[in-house]
Design a binder for this molecule. Structure first.
Ligand code: URA
Length: 203
């Protein structure tokens, strides 16, 4: 991975941290925008929904209860945070943790797209339905979870969001089983092309 990629990822993170004034509620009301973080040469990128309360306070992704579960799931396949890249669809917390709105997702998409194109992971792992909808519109996490889906040269493995497993404990077993398959999906995944091509989002 080149120094230029690392530099641009860091610039992008600064741009996101300094972002204000667009009029979108999460960007205007959050305490700290959360750009995402991890290895610039990660082979797996996890994409969550939006920062929660703890992430908003600390400016870092997945540091609350869902993040603790994510860490345990990573450990179950001998990975640590430093080995992967972790980011979110929205970079700012929607007030009260409400669901992201289509306009907000549209607004944040160029940041997510550039992060993914810079890291160029072999596996993009959307966590939950909001992330999945960005990459594979119309796909349902309850149907596709744990499967590798190839689209325009990129490999996606949709997974349930860890917060769903915290609400519904039996999903933890499902998530462990889905994580256990990530190494085999990784071994089979081709190197992705330079550009991330998805169906255009509609605000
Ligand atoms: N949930 C998410 O989707 N992202 C975070 O960073 C934390 C909780």
């Amino acid at each position: 991975m080149s120094a230029a990629v690392e530099r641009r990822l860091a610039e992008l993170a600064e741009e996101i941290r300094g972002h204000r004034g667009c009029g979108f509620e999460p960007c205007e009301t959050c305490l700290h925008p959360v750009p995402g973080e991890g290895s610039a040469s990660a082979e797996i990128a996890f994409v969550g929904e939006a920062p929660g309360a703890r992430e908003d306070r600390e400016g870092r992704p997945f540091v609350g209860p869902a993040g603790q579960l994510l860490d345990r799931l990573l450990q179950s396949i001998s990975l640590a945070r430093e080995d992967v890249f972790v980011t979110n669809v929205l970079k700012a917390r929607p007030p009260g943790n409400r669901d992201p709105r289509p306009g907000e997702v549209f607004h944040s998409w160029p940041w997510l797209k550039e992060q993914v194109e810079l890291v160029r992971p072999r596996l993009v792992v959307p966590l939950g339905r909001y992330a999945l909808e960005c990459f594979l519109p119309g796909a349902r996490v309850s149907v596709e979870h744990g499967r590798a889906i190839r689209q325009a040269g990129w490999t996606y493995v949709p997974l349930y969001h860890p917060a769903a497993a915290l609400r519904m404990y039996p999903l933890t077993e499902t998530m462990l089983a889905d994580f256990a398959r990530l190494p085999e999906h990784l071994a089979a995944a081709p190197e992705p092309p330079a550009e991330l091509i998805v169906e255009p989002l509609v605000a």
